[in-house]
Design a protein around this ligand. Structure first.
Ligand code: SAM
Ligand code: SF4
Length: 368
């Protein structure tokens, strides 16, 4: 894979960092930087030069599925409804973020489509002038909602689908069924929610024998299949490196059958490295968060369903905005929280460090 990768001009390099815990002194190795400041005026730039213009909004931590890599089958506890931000509150944070240069929004969760009236939220965000409003969804409820979502201003969807075999799909996601999800993909495209991306989390021994099937699916449908490395963010804490299927291996297995070439993106900020088939039939993406971190170009901020700003999936560093929203705080105070969150961001995650500690909140609680 290295031979075809174009070096990305990045300001900082994701290097060794101290553990992502608030109780660990915020001293970045080699830089001697201490926390407690905020980014200056202008766009949301962190101390390593990364500009943050992409906000991921978790609209709920609840979900109607129980994917094996995300949640336990039983016993998941969810936030009380009163702790969730209202749509008015989300809209306000988004408006302030927009004024600070955020251009793209992704709605996620949990499952965003289990939150009632989410179409209304899309319409509110659209009115704020965002160029790109996307959603990541399990698609179990998408077919019925896609026309209204598109009309409200949703621009595209990423649909999670980890197997093209019905029994295996059911085993991996524990609820829901494959045919509903495949049908939703068709409907989404008919509604103009394109390009459609399909997220596949690979687990060693469970679905890695479908890598070529998914590559063939990408070639046949024109949908962009993105292979995601399993991250230590499952709520049950069962992640282990032996379950990891590295992006490099995915590339090699597909490339041996259908040659691939990297799609040049000199200013790439997206987590996926894009590859197209040399014969012109389709594209795949590799999200190799664990084996090849892309922290050096990360432009993302997250708003959790209960109103905290997180600057990294793997960091427990959270900056609460809900209290400001609920105590008649000003927009300037909200902006200050966004700036502080960005300024406090580490140069990279530390998954591969021996002293890496899993974040307290799992993927569905943060908003993946
Ligand atoms: N429920 C929606 C869905 O599944 O698409 C949106 C939320 S989900 C947390 C967002 C994405 O995170 C999905 O593509 C899902 O497959 C992925 N994901 C969840 N847990 C993961 C993990 N432990 N490692 C890697 N990806 C994970
Ligand atoms: Fe639900 Fe998405 Fe997590 Fe699966 S990955 S359990 S669909 S939040």
């Amino acid at each position: 894979m290295d031979q075809v990768r174009t070096p990305v001009p990045v300001a900082p390099v994701a290097v060794s960092v101290r553990r992502h815990r608030p109780d660990v002194a915020r001293v970045v190795e080699g830089a001697g930087i201490t926390g407690g400041d905020e980014s200056p005026e202008g766009p949301l730039r962190d101390r390593y030069g990364r500009v943050h213009d992409d906000l991921r909004i978790s609209v709920t931590d609840r979900c109607n599925l129980r994917c094996v890599y995300c949640m336990p089958e039983e016993g998941m506890t969810f936030l009380p409804h009163g702790q969730l931000l209202s749509f008015e509150e989300i809209e306000r944070v988004a408006r302030v973020a927009r004024e600070l240069g955020v251009r793209a929004i992704r709605l996620t969760g949990g499952e965003p489509l289990v939150r009632r009236d989410v179409v209304d939220l899309v319409a509110r965000l659209k009115r704020l002038g965002f160029e790109d409003i996307a959603m990541t969804t399990n698609a179990t409820r998408l077919a019925g909602l896609a026309p209204a979502l598109a009309a409200a201003g949703l621009t595209r969807v990423n649909i999670s689908c980890d197997s093209l075999r019905p029994e295996r799909f059911a085993a991996l996601r524990r609820r829901g069924d494959l045919s509903t999800v495949l049908h939703a993909m068709d409907v989404a495209e008919e509604c103009g929610l394109a390009p459609l991306k399909v997220n596949v989390v690979l687990l060693r021994g469970r679905n890695d024998d479908e890598i070529l099937d998914f590559a063939g699916f990408a070639r046949d449908t024109g949908r962009i299949v993105r292979f995601i490395e399993f991250m230590p963010l499952d709520a049950q804490g069962e992640w282990g490196p032996e379950q990891l299927v590295r992006g490099r291996e995915v590339f090699e297995r597909i490339h041996a059958v259908w040659p691939l070439e990297e799609v040049p993106e000199p200013d790439r900020v997206a987590p996926a490295v894009r590859f197209r088939f040399v014969d012109g039939r389709g594209e795949i993406g590799l999200i190799s968060t664990v084996s090849e971190p892309f922290c050096g170009t990360c432009n993302r901020l997250r708003l959790t369903a209960d109103g905290s700003i997180r600057n990294c999936l793997f960091s427990d560093d959270e900056h609460v905005v809900r209290d400001i929203l609920r105590s008649r705080g000003t927009d300037e105070e909200i902006a200050a929280v966004l700036r502080r969150a960005v300024w406090a961001k580490f140069p990279g995650h530390a998954i591969n460090e021996p002293d890496f500690l899993r974040p307290h909140r799992s993927m569905s609680m943060i908003g993946g």
